[in-house]
Design a protein around this ligand. Structure first.
Ligand SMILES: [Zn+2]
Length: 245
């Protein structure tokens, strides 16, 4: 049915792309309207390193393998209370910040083929897997969401309108210069209106579970302007996740 549009975003227009998942903790403290994160509580691993504290030491001091899902990390985030509805379909246990949301949170479902049961089988995917057109980041209900781009809220109807699966209050921020719509799904409280200009740093909504069977989370999706599902591409460059360890 749907065709993959593997597109590397013309990221030049949008400054966000910079730090996706490289090793270094982002220096800028984007979030932190929620409770401060006592990341000192991650000292459970039996091995040597008693991480003395949390100062952002140079990552070179530790074994650099940022790739493989290091089984040392614990599955629970020290910040997010576990929502029993969350079901993680990724091996990535890293917690991330982003200019788009407050706090430090994990990815629940990544972009692309997934064994998550919520999606119809997609011929691009093996077995009975479906295709997830965005990235889901778990976070407590009511987590503030902030635009990280300058754009305009797209019309609530017409081409590319999010369907009911995204919740009744899903909306899109159109960045015409970059040729994309950024779809924000599952929110309930929205602070912006169709046609309204949105500035970087502006609060746009609160996370919720509207239309989501799997608990409160941000569904972040990037499509072509007024495009449908078939135009969705990997939103990671625009989401700009910064790992926190
Ligand atoms: Zn999603």
């Amino acid at each position: 049915m749907r065709k993959r549009v593997a597109v590397a975003l013309a990221g030049s227009a949008l400054l966000l792309a910079a730090c996706s998942t490289s090793g270094v903790p982002a220096p800028e403290t984007v979030a932190a309207t929620t409770s401060s994160v006592p990341s000192s509580s991650t000292s459970t691993s039996a091995s040597t390193s008693t991480t003395s504290s949390t100062p952002p030491t140079s990552p070179s001091s530790t074994t650099p393998s940022a790739t493989s899902a290091s089984p040392t990390t614990t599955p629970t985030s020290p910040e997010d209370p576990v929502d029993p509805r969350w079901r993680f379909f990724t091996t990535d246990r890293t917690r991330y910040t982003s200019a788009w949301f407050a706090g430090v949170h994990r990815v629940m479902i990544g972009f692309g083929c997934t064994p998550a049961p919520y999606y119809a089988h997609d011929p691009r995917c093996p077995g009975s897997q479906g295709f997830h057109h965005g990235i889901d980041v778990v976070m407590p209900c009511g987590t503030p969401l902030t635009s990280a781009v300058d754009g305009v809220v797209a019309p609530a109807s017409g081409p590319g309108k999010p369907d009911a699966a995204y919740g009744a209050y899903a909306f899109r921020i159109r960045v015409a210069a970059a040729g994309v719509d950024i779809l924000i799904g599952h929110v309930r409280t929205v602070y912006v209106q169709p046609g309204q200009a949105v500035a970087r740093g502006q609060r746009i909504a609160l996370s919720a579970d509207e239309g989501a069977p799997d608990g409160c989370h941000l569904h972040f999706e990037v499509r072509s302007v007024a495009g449908g599902l078939s135009t969705a591409r990997d939103p990671l460059p625009l989401l700009g996740l910064h790992p926190v360890r």
